[in-house]
Design a protein around this ligand. Structure first.
Ligand SMILES: *Cc1c(COP(=O)(O)O)cnc(C)c1O
Length: 392
């Protein structure tokens, strides 16, 4: 069995495209065209040129000497935090906006939680001169004020969403509703490996540049092109998908993913979907979701806004259920401690999302010769106030 998507849009029993009828033609059109467009020389040339000259790729694969000594392994950090706009999200928005342009779309919509995907989308739209509208829960608009102002400065219109809990999940629903009203001219840039087929596959491919680079960077530094462990944090699953993409069928590589335990995955204050979720349909796909007995979505909680989503992408649901990936639940306090640790041992302040991945290291037993690659999905500038409010 393959861990990649099949021709019906499924990963095992997860995925698919559960959409309102009014979107059928639009989504079908995208399903039929995306691979063709992605595989043209013209697309590849433009995409890789922008990744290099605009985003700043390849991102370094940095050997973390002091952290390696601390954990008794050979630890490399994949520095997605050094990308333009400060996280991996831009790899995806640059790719999708090129796709949108090739498909003749003129208006871009996106959802955002913390605002990182919104900023990356608004950035790509400014670069391409496209109209951009971002849906964001009203609660998040308040909590993430700076990112709202960044988006406005970049020329995007921000729509506060006042339904439900007024957070990311509601922003996704609002974006899908808008898409239903404008299916022909609008391209919906989905921010993670979620949504109806082909989005999970599309986003994974856009992020797969991460593992493509890891392969040759490890070959250069270690004389072999695969690690013993890959470690990443997981919200919807895009930086994790990018980190593991070229290694999913390579059984020599162990995959460890850190999801947000919040105050503990056994409590109601958690976003540990792979621990707590059950099968349901959310935002166009079948996946593991946190829901009550009536199928009502339960609000997710994590100290990190980027991980606080009640679902997780279908590729990861399948890999976790098949036992291919090992999923650890990392609580708020463990992530904060790990964030401070990386800062003091290596001089790198990680996003609190990425700090969840760092915290996973202390739960693994390494041999001294083990090569570990951990993706630092974003930088911590946006989280300084949270770090300062929780000194370690
Ligand atoms: C959005 C975000 C995440 C979580 O999203 P994934 O799709 O799971 O990668 C993780 N880290 C950072 C820095 C983010 O901005």
């Amino acid at each position: 069995m393959s861990y990649y998507v099949n021709d019906k849009g499924f990963y095992g029993q997860f995925g698919g495209a559960y959409i309102p009828e009014i979107l059928y033609a639009t989504v079908k059109n995208l399903q039929e065209q995306y691979l063709q467009i992605l595989e043209t020389d013209e697309f590849k040339r433009e995409y890789h040129q922008l990744l290099r000259d605009y985003v700043g790729r390849p991102s370094p694969l940095y050997f973390a000497q002091r952290m390696s000594e601390h954990y008794g392994c050979r630890l490399y950090l994949k520095r997605e935090d050094l990308n333009h706009t400060g996280a991996h999200k831009i790899n995806n928005t640059i790719g999708q906006i090129l796709l949108a342009r090739k498909m003749g779309k003129t208006r871009i919509i996106a959802e955002t939680g913390a605002g990182q995907h919104g900023v990356a989308t608004a950035t790509a739209c400014a670069l391409m001169g496209m109209k951009c509208e971002v849906f964001m829960g009203a609660t998040d608009v308040e909590r993430q004020h700076t990112n709202v102002e960044r988006k406005k400065m970049l020329g995007a219109q921000v729509h506060p969403v006042r339904t439900g809990n007024m957070t990311l999940s509601d922003a996704c629903s609002a974006a899908i509703r808008d898409w239903c009203c404008h299916p022909s001219d609008t391209f919906y840039i989905v921010g993670s490996t979620m949504g109806p087929h082909p989005y999970p596959d599309l986003v994974a491919r856009m992020q797969s540049v991460i593992s493509e680079e890891i392969r040759w960077q490890l070959q250069e530094k270690e004389g072999r092109d695969y690690p013993d462990y890959l470690v990443a944090c997981i919200g919807g699953g895009s930086n994790a998908a990018g980190t593991i993409y070229h290694y999913v069928d390579d059984e020599r590589v162990r995959i460890v993913l850190a999801e947000a335990g919040g105050q503990g995955w056994q409590t109601d204050r958690t976003a540990a979907t792979l621990h707590r979720g059950s099968i349901g349909i959310l935002h166009g796909a079948k996946m593991l979701v946190m829901q009550n007995d009536d199928g009502q979505i339960q609000e997710a909680y994590s100290i990190s806004a980027g991980l606080d989503y009640p679902g997780v992408g279908p590729m990861h649901c399948n890999m976790a259920r098949q036992g291919r990936s090992r999923v650890l639940s990392i609580n708020d306090d463990e992530a904060l401690r790990a964030g401070y640790e990386l800062t003091r041992l290596e001089g790198i302040i990680p996003a609190i999302e990425s700090a969840h991945a760092v915290a996973a290291l202390s739960k693994l037993d390494f041999k001294a010769t083990d090569i570990v690659v951990l993706t630092v999905s974003g930088r911590g500038d946006k989280d300084i106030e949270t770090y300062l409010a929780n000194p370690q």
